[in-house]
Ligand binder design. Structure first.
Ligand code: PLP
Length: 388
């Protein structure tokens, strides 16, 4: 019988060394040695499954990837230095010049820059659908479309896309379905169960969960990951053994951390929803969320990000941020520390106002990544900042 999620997160480990260590050691080595010329030849010919060079694999990165594979129900995977290198290498490996992508317009800022500034260098262009126009996806598909791409929940507006629906469109038109599952983590949502071919994570967020290291991972079908692996072992975006060691330890506590993050986030969302100085709170597990039913169908809990709007526009929004005392103003998310951002003036400032509004980023939108401080302290800080 396969182990449950929490058990895999803890018990998948690299083989013990001669020292019988209980906790996996850090393998800081760039390369690995061979017994003789024949072993070396066979290893390079891939007749043997073993480590050669840490750009290809390393015991720490393999342990980390094997955990994510188990957690997502995938066949194979590869670990990257960052979430963005996982996104870019997936496109680099699976697309040819002249191919086409259909993507939701609400995607991470740097992913949007890949679509608009960099992939077009190889004549790879992207057509977008808006979050509330999923009925138009099929009309965007061209003969050269290869990938249907989406995030759910989206960053920063926490909208939800129906993974089952995306999969049915992808299968009907023979497209690869690639899902950035960063906001949900493998604990809350497994897109492969709904038919996704590749699932990507920025491990920098809740997977690390403590704001220490950068990392990324792509998992999915064996033959696709093989392409991603070959592309990456030659182009060099590998995760470092040190980061893999940190991230593999982080996964041991992912389930308990994410449970508590979600519990706190739901309380923050409930508090904000009742506050008279607040407009439009968005949290996937609030009944008022436009895609509440879909969120309930595909996610275990609502995640740790809450989006809301302060009454009084951009001025009040800035005042609110300046009055925050406990929480951090920072660009990251998924940390033990509660983090507040104002996307319009920071992470999404490169977008035109029109593009911002299309992705649901109004001038007054505030995004909170709810942390693990005591819930009363988080809410008290928000309350005094909203009211002062
Ligand atoms: C942060 C993030 C990324 C990029 O990850 P990095 O590790 O910062 O490169 C990609 N997608 C989403 C949804 C993110 O939040």
């Amino acid at each position: 019988m396969e182990n449950n999620f929490e058990t895999s997160a803890i018990r998948i480990q690299s083989e013990r060394t001669q020292f019988s260590e209980h906790s996996t050691p850090l393998y800081l080595t760039s390369s690995f040695v061979f017994e003789d010329s024949e072993e070396m030849r066979a290893s390079f010919a891939e007749e043997k499954d073993r480590n050669l060079y840490s750009r290809f694999s390393n015991p720490n990165t393999s342990e980390f990837v094997n955990k994510i594979i188990a957690m997502e129900g995938a066949e194979s995977g590869y670990a990257f230095a960052t979430g963005m290198s996982a996104v870019f290498s997936t496109f680099g490996a699976l697309l040819n010049a002249g191919d086409h992508i259909v993507s939701c317009r609400s995607v991470f800022g740097s992913t949007h820059s890949l679509f608009t500034k960099f992939l077009p260098k190889w004549n790879i262009n992207t057509s977008y659908f808006k979050i509330n126009e999923v009925d138009q996806i099929e009309s965007l598909i061209q003969p050269n479309t290869k990938i249907l791409y989406a995030e759910s929940p989206t960053n920063p507006a926490v909208d939800i896309l129906d993974l089952e629906l995306l999969n049915s469109i992808a299968k009907k038109h023979n497209l690869l379905l690639v899902i950035d599952n960063c906001f949900a983590t493998p604990y809350l949502q497994n897109p492969i169960k709904f038919g996704a071919d590749i699932v990507i994570h920025s491990a920098t967020k809740l997977i690390d969960g403590q704001g220490r290291v950068l990392g990324g991972v792509a998992v999915g079908k064996e033959e696709l990951i093989r392409e991603i692996y070959l592309f990456s072992r030659n182009t060099g975006p590998a995760m470092s053994p040190f980061n893999a060691w940190v991230l593999s330890k982080s996964l041991e506590t992912l389930a308990v951390r994410v449970e508590k993050h979600c519990e706190n986030a739901l309380k923050v969302a409930g508090f904000l929803e009742k506050h008279p100085n607040v407009n439009k709170v968005k949290y996937p597990f609030l009944k008022s969320h436009p895609q509440y039913e879909i969120a309930k169908k595909q996610m275990k809990l609502g995640g740790n990000v809450v989006a809301f709007e302060i009454k009084g526009g951009i001025e009040k929004g800035k005042q609110f941020l300046d009055n925050i005392k406990l929480c951090s103003l920072s660009a990251n998310l998924g940390d033990t520390r509660t983090i507040i951002t104002h996307p319009a003036s920071t992470t999404h400032n490169k977008l035109s106002t029109e593009d911002r509004l299309e992705t649901g980023i109004t001038d007054g939108l505030v995004r909170i990544s709810v942390g693990l401080e005591h819930i009363d302290d988080i809410i008290n800080d928000l309350k005094q900042a909203i009211e002062s």
